[in-house]
Design a protein around this ligand. Structure first.
Ligand code: NAD
Length: 255
């Protein structure tokens, strides 16, 4: 790595862990950007994303969805690879990420933990084996009270994996946030429920419920450091790759 790794959102919960993980990996840390001045000591602060991207081989970003469009343009313009962990992106913000990935290498994942990526692979295979007219797929997630988006990016990624396994588009079968007189469950629907409270790092259960049996797959994250470790692994993997939109599955060799 010639220049090193930059961190966007360096003062945040994930940003601070990312600084530690870069140091643990022995990789050069370029510095970071954040909206607030607080944050880890001994890390050089840049004026904006454009300046950080110009100084870095790879920028690892965990900030807020509202930053995605500007930051996508900044990394593409600077020619820096981008590891993006921010969740809750709109269709327009996702399109900006895809546009950047035509010019630079981008690893985007709703969840950088290796265990969750295994759940995604298994979810697709289970859904292919368990027909939607007999097995109702429901995804239940719980997160800490500070989380601002719902359902979680990971829950949506599990839903997409189930949809892929069944050869349908998630948007056509998604049922989120049921409340009031919703009518009966539609055959083949993929349902989402989100719980918020306490300091839960992240829990996801994928349930297939049939008349005769239930099958559930649960992942519990106890420490968000697993996301930071995975994101830095992605940063070391992505440097020097050709432009494209890569997933954590690609990084782990499961793509
Ligand atoms: P946080 O609020 O603790 O930190 C976010 C930081 O980003 C804050 O310090 C904020 O000041 C900064 N920020 C916001 N907009 C910015 C901008 N335009 N430029 C520079 N800095 C900016 O939140 P967090 O818990 O660290 O999570 C951040 C994001 O990462 C959320 O979207 C969360 O859902 C997501 N997340 C993803 C994964 C994953 O594995 N993909 C894991 C954990 C969290």
């Amino acid at each position: 790595m010639e220049k090193g790794i930059g961190i966007a959102g360096v003062a945040g919960r994930m940003g601070q862990l990312l600084v530690e993980e870069v140091r643990t990996a022995g990789a050069p840390l370029v510095g970071g950007v954040d909206r607030t001045e607080a944050g880890p000591a001994g890390v050089r602060r840049f004026a904006d994303m454009a300046a950080l991207a110009a100084a870095s081989d790879v920028v690892v970003e965990f900030t807020h969805a509202s930053s995605a469009v500007d930051h996508a343009a900044a990394v593409a313009e600077a020619g820096a690879a981008w590891v993006l962990g921010t969740t809750g992106l709109s269709a327009e913000q996702e399109a900006a990420v895809a546009a950047a990935a035509r010019r630079v290498a981008v690893v985007q994942a709703a969840n950088f933990s290796p265990g969750v990526n295994l759940v995604l692979a298994l979810a697709e295979r289970m859904a292919a084996a368990l027909p939607g007219d007999a097995y109702d797929a429901e995804i239940v997630e719980m997160h800490h009270r500070q989380k601002v988006d719902a359902p979680s990016g990971t829950a949506v990624a599990i839903g997409r994996a189930v949809a892929r396994g069944r050869g349908v588009a998630l948007e056509d079968v998604r049922e989120s946030g049921r409340d009031g007189h919703t009518g009966a469950r539609k055959p083949g629907a993929i349902g989402f429920a989100a719980l918020r409270g306490g300091q839960v790092v992240g829990e996801h259960t994928l349930l297939f419920a049939a008349g005769t049996e239930h099958i559930a797959l649960t992942h519990r994250a106890f420490d968000r450091r697993s996301f930071a470790t995975g994101a830095i692994r992605a940063a070391l993997w992505v440097r020097g790759r050709p432009p494209g939109l890569y997933s954590m599955m690609d990084v782990l060799g499961m793509g």
